[in-house]
Every structure is written in structure tokens, then in C-alpha cells.
Write a protein that binds this ligand. Structure first.
Ligand code: IPM
Ligand code: MN
Length: 354
């Protein structure tokens, strides 16, 4: 028997529990095949709990979560809770408190998946966005003056610390090297307008690039990047950017890889506990109907194994997902897959076991 990993499972809201169930099937299958053990601990965190108890994040939850080897998250977001409360109080709070300073978002077009870009094939869309995940506009710096008067002022500041930028860039350069594909790292910024924040980013980037002579380090403005994602996605290998730009361009990335049904991400603290999630949200209108696509959650499970050091098992899950997109489902869209949520999960689990 190999290693045992302690995993916190947070199914969360809406269709979160359904997709997590399918992800756990894939994990179970992988652990049997590859000889490691997963010790799963379910935590009741999310909108339902908040509505029942008035508590967004249960007391002690952060410290409890710190004890695990990884966190597997379904979705946070509830139609009866005002937007922002759960997102800020749970998802962002965990990212910040657990210092998950990297948001890792692979953008990969799997075979058989319909791409909205004309004439683009799987070989054209295969890059990774590394988003700084604890600073920038998300840091919450700013405030109001004269709130709710005609003279109201709202200020929201982007926080960019040299240490925060350097640790993110360091991860990005190392990741590009390890990925060993085009060995190209692109800094995505806005140096022509945000002349303080991205001046720091660009200087730090140039300086660090000297330590990685094997990596081709280049720069692109964020607005241009959105054009090129659509026109020439094949240009990209790894992209590193700040929190806000990363948030925006990764949704565009999800769309060119076929949509939210397949997009997964990791919130990573390389020195601590990391959290893996499908990025599509809780999709409450599909709750309980066995129609939602679980592949994004399954991909997140694969990323988690890869992060834990079970790379072969992680790759096997990804290959099983690719088999399913190529040969077994009609579409990624909820209700249009040609089979149910549980059937997709069963197929993946079976393919992983083979
Ligand atoms: C994401 C999400 C979150 C973010 C929201 C839900 C707070 O959009 O993970 O990209 O903005 O980071
Ligand atoms: Mn987002």
C-alpha cells in the first residue's frame, strides 16, 4: 500500500454535491488502481448551512482545514443568499487564510469537445494560466467617503507586494520549466496604463527571467491577450497575471476549451494546503436532476492527485476524461450530454480502473 492522504471534501451548494460524488468515484477508482489511500472527511460548508445557522464559515473551520493534505471543493453559491456573502465569506476567505497564492487554470481543448473558435483543434488550445490569488484588487483595500450621498466616493486599490509578486512569478517560471512544452512564459498586464502595479510586475518578471535562461519570457497587455485567446490560442504556453486580470481571462479560457462543464482549477499554496474545484459555480437550476456535467469536478480531482504527487493517477483520470469527451458524450452542456451525471461518473471510474 502506498501513501495515505487526508482529504477534506466540501461538496457545498447547488450541484456541488452531485459533481463531487462523481469526482470521488474517479478518486476511489484511481486509489485502488495505483495503490494509495484517501481518507475523506466531509465538511458541511455552504449556503444551506449559512441559512440554517447564520454562520458563513463555521468557527474553527479554517484551522481544521489546515490539517489536511488537500481540499476538494464542489461549489459555493446559493440562490437565496445575497451575492457576495458566500463568495467572500467562504471561497475568498479560504484562499486568503490558507494563503493559496496561486490559482492554477489549465485551458485545454479535449478531443471531441466543440470549440466556439472556428478551425481550432485540441493541438491549438493547450495552455495554463497562473493567476496571483491573494492580492491585487481582491485584497479588499479601499473604502467609501460620504457613502450614499451625492458626493459619494468609492476607492478600491490594487495591492501588489514585491514578495507576493515574486512568489507567484517564481511558481510560474518553475511551472513552465517543469511543464517542458514550449518553455514560454507570458506576463499578462497593462503596463501602458497601470504604471505602478505593472511596473513592479514587469521589473520583477524581467529580473527573475535572468535566473531561467531556458524560458522564453515575454509580455502582453491584457486587452491584447483577450484578442489572441480568440484568434491565436496556439501561441500560448503559460501565462502569469494578477488576480483581477486572471479572473477575467480564465473565464474566456474556459469558454474556448468548451465551457464551464470542463473547466477546473487549483488554489495552491505550495507550502501549505491546496484546494481544487470545478470553476463553473453551483448551477442551482440543475440541482438534483442528474443532468449536470461532472467532468470539471473530475478534472479537479485529477489535478488534486497530480498536486499530491500521484502524477500517474492524475494523468490517468485526465485520459479517462478525454476518452469520454471523444467517444462517449454528445456535448458538455448540462442536459445535452446524452447521458446522466452519474453515468458519466461511472464511465470515468471504469476507464480509470482499466
Ligand atoms: C473564480 C470566481 C471567484 C473569483 C468568485 C466566485 C469570488 O469567479 O474563482 O474565478 O472572482 O475569484
Ligand atoms: Mn472567476
Amino acid at each position: 500500500m502506498g501513501r495515505t492522504y487526508n482529504i477534506a471534501v466540501v461538496p457545498g451548494d447547488g450541484t456541488g454535491p452531485e459533481v463531487v460524488t462523481e469526482g470521488l468515484k474517479a478518486l476511489d477508482s484511481a486509489s485502488n488502481k495505483f495503490g494509495f489511500k484517501l481518507d475523506l472527511h466531509r465538511l458541511d460548508i455552504g449556503g444551506d448551512r449559512y441559512l440554517k445557522t447564520g454562520e458563513v464559515l463555521p468557527k474553527g473551520a479554517v484551522d481544521e482545514l489546515r490539517q489536511y493534505d488537500a481540499i476538494y471543493l464542489g461549489a459555493i453559491g446559493h440562490p437565496d443568499v445575497k451575492p457576495g456573502i458566500l463568495e467572500k465569506g467562504i471561497l475568498l476567505k479560504l484562499r486568503f487564510e490558507l494563503d493559496q497564492y496561486i490559482n492554477l487554470r489549465p485551458v485545454k481543448l479535449y478531443p471531441g469537445v466543440e470549440c466556439p473558435l472556428k478551425d481550432k483543434q485540441p493541438e491549438d488550445i493547450d495552455f495554463v494560466v497562473i493567476r496571483e490569488n491573494t492580492e491585487g484588487l481582491y485584497a479588499g483595500a479601499g473604502g467609501f467617503l460620504k457613502k450614499e450621498t451625492p458626493d459619494e466616493v468609492a476607492i478600491q486599490e490594487s495591492i501588489n507586494t514585491r514578495k507576493g509578486v515574486d512568489r507567484c512569478l517564481h511558481y510560474a517560471f518553475d511551472y513552465t520549466k517543469k511543464r517542458n512544452r514550449k518553455k514560454n512564459l507570458t506576463l499578462c498586464g497593462k503596463t501602458n496604463v497601470l504604471t505602478f502595479a505593472f511596473d513592479l510586475w514587469e521589473r520583477a518578471f524581467r529580473e527573475m527571467s535572468l535566473k531561467y535562461p531556458e524560458i522564453k519570457a515575454d509580455y502582453a497587455h491584457v486587452d491584447a491577450i483577450t484578442m489572441w485567446f480568440v484568434k491565436n490560442p496556439e501561441w500560448f504556453d503559460v501565462i502569469v497575471t494578477d488576480n483581477m486580470f486572471g479572473d477575467i481571462i480564465t473565464d474566456l479560457g474556459a469558454m474556448i476549451q468548451g465551457g464551464m462543464g470542463i473547466a477546473a482549477g487549483g488554489n495552491i499554496n505550495p507550502e501549505g494546503v491546496s484546494m481544487f474545484e470545478p470553476i463553473g459555480g453551483s448551477a442551482p437550476k440543475y440541482k438534483g436532476q442528474n443532468l449536470i456535467n461532472p467532468l470539471a469536478a473530475i478534472c479537479a480531482a485529477g489535478m488534486m492527485l497530480d498536486h499530491l504527487g500521484e502524477e500517474t493517477a492524475g494523468r490517468k483520470i485526465e485520459q479517462a476524461v478525454m476518452d469520454v469527451t471523444k467517444n462517449r458524450i454528445k456535448s458538455l452542456a448540462a442536459g445535452a450530454m446524452g447521458c446522466s451525471t452519474t453515468e458519466v461518473g461511472d464511465m470515468v471510474a471504469e476507464l480509470v480502473a482499466k
